[in-house]
Design a protein around this ligand. Structure first.
Ligand SMILES: Nc1nc2c(ncn2[C@@H]2O[C@H](COP(=O)(O)OP(=O)(O)OP(=O)(O)O)[C@@H](O)[C@H]2O)c(=O)[nH]1
Length: 801
């Protein structure tokens, strides 16, 4: 159907459809009435698949996505990352750099199923994007480069998927590539990911001879027509004794092994196999095996493995079939919080984009209930109510306006000005309270300790600490407000970007996850906000911890309005064994029972936000303190007469009993940062507990300190010829090589290297190896610097050399 016809049809339905280049019709949207449109837009929940594609950088996620969109009929031509015209990589930088930076949600249909697909980035600087997307998915496809098997970043995303309990299938891509090895890749899945691969397909040929695949479940071979330039033309033929005796024998053995493997993992299937089909597995219908594989995939006791070559257009249609067949529908996932909402709206905002014309666009996963345009929604995190003006179906950077969207779907809303990434959305405050009461009644013990809001919040994304920072300056002072606005918008989209203001120099400081991250932000400010900004040199975010226990005391005596606020803080910082990043707050026995929930929340909010923020004082001093292994003991008193509305008497020192009504002990075993704690801000009792921050810094100054530096996991894949120069270079960079593996014809160097030593490494490695090597970096941990390196760093930072 030509695009003018589509527009005419959609107009009849009072739909506003934006169709861009490359986009064909939206099958199913062209109906005679809203009813048929509704059933297409809101398919039965059992027919919905919310899927992500995850992998190591360059494994072929974007190429695979493009093929998927093409075969499902949503694009008319095949996009190519190498030509820079893919659909999901729609940001200019992505097209230019050939990498996926921001995940784009794409909705399409395949054989009666609605697939919402999120293309996730593979670069380590954007792992937060991956994590954010995984949270809203019901299943994922892990794409591997079949010549490399499991690579560093694959491990990271696999772990993230484990954390969110996402059922997966594996797609061994690049089977056409020289060096591709199905067996090697499967073995690496078994060994490195500790997963049980279910071989649902075997390749026909490898590398240059790769022609197609054999479906082990149905014993059919799928061969792609070598003359077809888009891979649409392929034939599915049953394997026959006459024509393929050898292959048939091999596949029969593989099928029997698969049946045994699945029977070991699934009791229901085991009963079936051992009963009816024990004599002859050949008689077992393919559907029975598929249903059992679906159950096993859902239980995450094994992962189905398929293979193909997205670039050569082979194997993608069976992958789509496998997505609908083996990955779960939203109703098959066990989201415990759904029972509290009883069908009322519950959604999670997982991505915010800023559109120049339409303002903030919020991507939402709807878990229960329905979203409509003009609907007022309540944001639990922001504790605010706002209205959705329009509802869109996401179609990469094109969007179709729709009248409603039900549970299980991914929606794109317009009009929400305050909603940020990670917020939980419900229909109203009273609905949230009702859900909360139900949660309480259900006796959710683990939630019982939490506040009302916390109990209802959907799992939060862990925002990693930035490892790099640099100053950013507008072209002129007059442009500073524009820069502030741009950074505010970018932060709502990307919570891993942190922006600070140096109180002394007044400079804006950007903190990010890596060189590429900061570079991309810089680029986006220029392109999307028209601001030519200047970046200062990139600096590594060091941390600091203390080595001994110290005490400090301070007093704040201030009159605010007609109230006198007197706070005495006694703080003790000492070593404590913990790996926690956020402060674990423990109250002294005397306060634990009597401190009101509101006071606790204020204390916790204050401490958490204080620890999440950076301290410019330390940044200026070139490193920031880390309370790893620190306990802060804080005792504060507030005059009884002034604050009786807020605090009941809690005392642990008879000396103060007659004067004060509040005593608080805080433990801070954290890697966070102590600063001005606005602990009681929310209650309006004391506007700023600066004194607590000051006393923290006072204590820290007294302590013996140790600087910690970010240490990266490094994996370099290099051909044998270049191994020596790369190793020699790493030795100069204080690299610690753990292992050198052999992967096909390549050597893989695995080790650790301090982040400070690896800045700009891509250029160096390219020069050293004539562009033949690749590398992956991931933050491992923070390690103590040796005294010599520490004093060199301090001298450099203080300008001594
Ligand atoms: N030989 C071969 N090359 C492929 C195949 N699939 C993708 N490629 C190439 O691999 C490179 C990376 O492909 P992408 O699709 O951009 O990979 P990606 O995983 O999306 O990359 P990021 O988004 O940057 O993480 C491109 O040069 C592709 O042409 C394949 O099946 N075979």
């Amino acid at each position: 159907m030509c695009s003018s016809k589509i527009r005419a049809s959609l107009k009849r339905l009072r739909l506003h459809v934006l169709l861009g280049r490359n986009y064909s019709s939206l099958p199913g949207l062209i109906g005679n009435d809203i009813k048929s449109l509704h059933s297409i837009i809101n398919p039965p929940i059992a027919k919905i698949r919310n899927i992500g594609i995850m992998a190591h950088i360059d494994a072929g996620k974007t190429t695979t996505t493009e093929r998927i969109l093409y075969y499902s009929g949503y694009t008319r031509s095949l996009g190519d990352v190498d030509d820079g015209d893919t659909v999901t990589d729609f940001m200019t930088q992505e097209r230019e750099r050939g990498i996926t930076i921001q995940s784009a949600a794409v909705t399409f249909d395949w054989k009666g199923y609605r697939i919402n697909l999120i293309d996730t980035p593979g670069h380590v600087d954007f792992t937060l994007e991956v994590e954010r997307c995984l949270r809203v998915l019901d299943g994922a496809v892990a794409v591997f480069d079949a010549s490399a098997g499991v690579e560093a970043q694959t491990l990271t995303v696999w772990r993230q998927a484990d954390k969110h309990k996402i059922p997966r299938i594996c797609f061994l891509n690049k089977m056409d590539k020289i060096g591709a090895s199905f067996n090697y890749a499967v073995e690496s899945i078994r060994e490195k990911l500790k997963a049980k691969p279910l071989l649902l397909q075997l390749p026909i040929g490898e590398g240059k001879t790769f022609k197609g695949v054999v479906d082990v479940v149905s014993k059919e071979k799928l061969l792609w027509n070598p003359n077809s330039d888009d891979g649409k033309d392929f034939e599915r033929k049953p394997l026959l004794e006459m024509s393929d005796p050898e292959l048939l024998k091999e596949i029969t053995e593989a099928r029997n092994a698969l049946i045994e493997q699945v029977a070991d993992l699934d009791d229901e299937f085991a009963d079936l196999v051992l009963g009816e089909f024990s004599e002859n597995f050949d008689l077992l219908p393919a559907e029975k095996l598929q249903t059992a594989v679906h159950r096993v995939t859902l239980a995450q006791t094994a992962v189905p493995v398929l293979c193909g070559s997205a670039l050569k257009n082979k194997g993608v249609q069976p992958l789509l079939d496998a997505i609908t067949m083996y990955l779960p529908s939203p109703e098959e996932r066990n989201y415990e919080f759904l029972q509290w909402y009883k069908g009322d709206l519950c959604a999670l905002a997982f991505k915010v984009l800023h559109d120049k014309q339409r303002g903030p666009l919020v991507f939402m996963r709807i878990y229960s209930g329905m979203i409509k345009p003009q609907l007022a929604i309540h944001n639990i995190n922001g504790n605010c109510t706002e209205r959705i003006s329009r509802l869109l179906l996401p179609f990469a950077d094109q969007h179709v306006e729709i009248p409603s969207l039900t549970a299980g779907n991914i929606a794109l809303t317009v009009g929400l000005k305050h909603t940020a990434t990670g917020d939980t959305i419900v229909s109203s405050k009273s609905s949230a309270l009702a859900a909360c009461r139900r949660a309480e009644r259900e006796g959710e013990k683990k939630h019982r300790q939490n506040s009302e809001a916390e109990r209802l919040l959907l799992a939060g994304v862990e925002i990693p600490e930035p490892v790099f920072f640099c100053t950013i300056e507008p072209p002129s002072m007059a442009k500073q407000p524009d820069l502030d606005h741009a950074l505010k918008c970018l932060q709502r989209e990307d919570p891993s970007l942190k922006v600070k203001l140096d109180p002394d120099s007044g400079q804006t400081i950007l903190c990010g996850m890596g060189e590429l991250h900061i570079e991309i932000i810089h680029d986006r400010i220029k392109r999307e906000y028209g601001l030519e900004t200047y970046l200062g040199p990139l600096q590594v975010a060091y941390r600091e911890t203390i080595l001994n226990s110290v005490r400090a005391t301070d007093t704040l005596d201030r009159t605010l309005g007609d109230r006198r606020h007197l706070v005495t803080v006694e703080l003790e910082a000492k070593s404590l064994e913990t790996s926690s990043l956020l402060p674990v707050i423990e109250y002294a026995a005397s306060v634990a029972e009597d401190l009101s929930r509101a006071s606790r929340e204020a204390v916790e909010n204050g401490l958490h936000s204080a620890c999440l923020q950076d301290v410019m004082y330390w940044v200026r001093d070139c490193y920031k303190p880390t309370f790893s292994n620190v306990v802060a003991r804080t005792i504060a008193w507030i005059p009884n007469s002034r604050c009786s509305n807020y605090f009941t008497f809690i005392g642990n020192s008879s000396r103060y009993l007659h004067n004060y009504d509040f005593c608080l002990c805080l433990k801070m075993p954290t890697k966070g940062v102590m600063r001005s704690f606005t602990v009681f801000k929310e209650q309006g009792v004391i506007s700023s507990w600066t004194v607590l921050g000051l006393v923290g810094i006072k204590a820290l100054k007294k302590a013996d300190k140790q600087i910690l530096e970010p240490l990266m996991n490094l994996e370099v894949t290099v051909t044998r010829d270049y191994l020596s120069p790369v190793l020699a270079d790493l030795a100069q960079r204080r690299g610690n090589i753990q292992e050198i593996q052999t992967r096909q014809d390549n050597k893989v160097i695995i080790g650790f290297v301090p982040l400070a030593e690896i800045m700009g490494y891509s250029t160096v490695l390219r020069t050293l190896t004539s562009g033949s090597a690749t590398f992956a970096l991931e933050l491992s941990n923070y390690q103590a610097m040796n005294p010599q390196d520490q004093s060199t760093l301090l001298s450099q930072r203080s300008g001594l050399f």
